[in-house]
Design a protein. Structure first.
Lengths: 267, 320
């Protein structure tokens, strides 16, 4: 240890970072974590590949005549499902964070108190994007040919990212309420499983019994999957797109403030 | 304003647990102040209230003139907290952690990187700067933890049990750091369960037990309150301790102090010369003495005298 007089001398502290700059810095932290612990991307890459292959080849023949035909229907939906599954990790990560000393340090620093939440979310949106690219690549290899072209695909992914960002706030709430990361996972999937499977991700709504059509028709995931399929195949359904955007806005407006409040609670 | 920290009747309840039962503190600027007490005494709760992480149930606390409840942002802009558990990101490297703090505190990327290098050099961490923190030893991690609190030098530094779990060499390094930080004008409030640590580092200290300050002053004041000299005896036969204590009471009139080991007897002396009278009385009764010392009482004895309990279990008791 060298002479430290100047290093430790009291001076004027800089003006604390602005809210935007704090969020960007914490997003940088999230990306660094991915760089140092690439295993975090395992779920994001391997699970989606597995899902796409399994569903295409197991159900493809029975549901649409051939896997190649089925993948045209399935891919936009399975993309939705995989990314929605990954949103759970937002809650898991923040749950781990609040039980560590770093959380105390952040809360005792002069910065916008919601910045760590948004920073973590920004890192997660990056992961959602990676997962989307993986699924699309696998889809193209299996013969998926979107009629809407690159623009349709980009719009569909963008819509999915918006909804996933909004849904993540729900899992943040779960992450703040339960004790361990494992219980965040379990609790979140209790909601997420029925949401994704009781939708039209795998089969057309019209093949279901009447009462189930009503239920599935009201599932936000059905609207999102429909909107995603429409955009990718160049037949966008304005109603579904609007429905998804409104649902996302409502989620953020309701769950966001609750999540921030819970995050700032005394521990 | 000469006081960095003032609290009046600070109370904190967690449900039915009364963590703080009325803590009054006045801590002068530019000093190292120690909160000394056993686990669960309320040291950490006090620090968490002062660093705005907890709201007090009752009483008031001001930090550099700002009320911690009404003006938390003003307090946060002037203090740094190094908590009891690693308050850095273990997935990141040492350098990345310091750059992260610098950016959050408002430095430009360039200044944050420069500041990180400065601190890594000053804290002897340069050679590990590029390694993930989870590979650090306890001492290295602790130094990084403290460095992270100094990226922008605070007016007050809170250190919660800065040396718990460290090996003796790392402990000495942390002590040296604390002294240098204080020498540059930062007020340091630290908590510790180690009496020798409080004795060495803190100019003044408060002994906390069951959420109350039970004694306050310099370590010299506290020692004086237990008597100017203390006689320590180690008996050959622990079974004769009660007898020895009775004999000492007869010779000195009063002054037997509680001792931690079964074969030990301690007593307060008004004059060091009284030791001779005690020793000859013991030898007349055939009580053999293995070891004798006359010294200032240790903070251990201060704590025992104040609470009737030991501050922390000794090595031997912990093994039993």
């Amino acid at each position: 240890m060298n002479a430290t007089h100047e290093v430790l001398a009291i001076g004027t502290r800089p003006r604390p970072a602005s809210a935007a700059s704090a969020v960007l810095t914490l997003a940088w932290r999230a990306l660094l974590k991915i760089k140092h612990v690439p295993f975090q991307l395992f779920d994001v890459t391997v699970t989606p590949i597995m899902f796409t292959l399994l569903f295409t080849f197991i159900f493809g023949g029975a549901l649409a005549g051939s896997p190649r035909q089925y993948v045209q229907y399935l891919l936009p939906g399975v993309l939705v499902q995989t990314v929605l599954f990954i949103t759970v990790y937002t809650g898991v990560g923040l749950n781990a964070d609040i039980h560590k000393g770093l959380h105390d340090r952040f809360r005792s620093m002069p910065m916008w108190q919601a910045a760590p939440l948004l920073g973590a979310l920004a890192g997660d949106v990056f992961r959602y994007t990676v997962a989307s690219l993986v699924i699309l690549t696998v889809g193209f290899i299996l013969g998926f040919r979107p009629q809407g072209g690159p623009v349709g695909v980009v719009l569909a992914v963008a819509l999915l990212l918006v909804f996933s960002f909004a849904l993540s706030w729900l899992w943040i709430i779960v992450g703040m309420l339960v004790r361990t990361s494992e219980s965040v996972m379990t609790t979140s999937f209790v909601f997420l499983m029925p949401l994704t499977f009781a939708s039209d991700i795998f089969v057309d709504l019209r093949t279901m019994p009447g009462w189930l059509q009503t239920v599935v028709g009201h599932n936000p995931v059905t609207h999102l999957a429909n909107a995603s399929r429409g955009l990718m195949h160049g037949r966008p359904d304005g109603g579904d797109v609007l429905w998804t955007l409104v649902a996302s806005a409502v989620l953020v407006l309701v769950a966001g403030p609750i999540a921030v409040r819970l995050y700032r609670k005394e521990r | 304003m000469t006081n960095a920290i003032e609290t009046t009747g600070l109370v904190k309840h967690f449900g039915s647990t009364h963590a703080l039962a009325g803590v009054d503190l006045q801590i002068r600027r530019g000093t190292v102040y120690g909160l000394l007490g056993p686990n669960g005494a309320g040291k950490t709760t006090t620090i968490r209230i002062l660093s705005t992480l907890l709201r007090p149930t009752g009483g008031t606390a001001t930090v550099l003139g700002h009320d911690v409840v009404r003006e938390p942002a003003a307090v946060r802009s002037k203090v740094s907290l190094t908590g009891q558990f690693a308050s850095v990101d273990e997935d990141l490297t040492g350098r990345e952690n310091l750059v992260l703090m610098g950016r959050l505190l408002g430095l430009s990327w360039r200044d944050a990187k420069r500041r990180a290098s400065e601190l890594l050099d000053a804290f002897g961490l340069a050679e590990f700067a590029g390694r993930q923190v989870q590979t650090y030893s306890g001492g290295e991690r602790r130094r990084l933890d403290i460095a992270a609190s100094l990226v922008a030098i605070p007016e007050i530094l809170f250190l919660d049990e800065p040396t718990t779990g460290l090996d003796p060499r790392s402990r000495t390094q942390v002590w040296e750091l604390v002294r240098r930080i204080a020498a540059e004008g930062t007020t340091v409030l630290l908590t510790t369960q180690y009496l020798d640590e409080a004795d060495r580092l803190a100019e003044r200290l408060a002994v906390i037990d069951h959420g109350r300050v039970i004694a306050e002053g310099t370590s010299r004041d506290l020692k004086a309150s237990v008597g100017s000299n203390a006689l320590h005896l180690r008996l050959v036969d622990a079974g004769r301790r009660a007898e020895a204590q009775r004999l000492i009471t007869k010779v000195l009139g009063d002054g037997v102090l509680p001792a931690s080991e079964p074969a030990e007897v301690a007593a307060r002396l008004e004059r060091a010369g009284q030791a001779a009278a005690v020793l000859s009385a013991l030898s007349e009764c055939g009580i053999e003495v293995e070891q004798v010392s006359v010294a200032n009482p240790s903070l251990d004895e201060v704590f025992l005298a104040l609470t009737g309990r030991q501050a922390a279990p000794t090595q031997t008791e912990a093994h039993q």
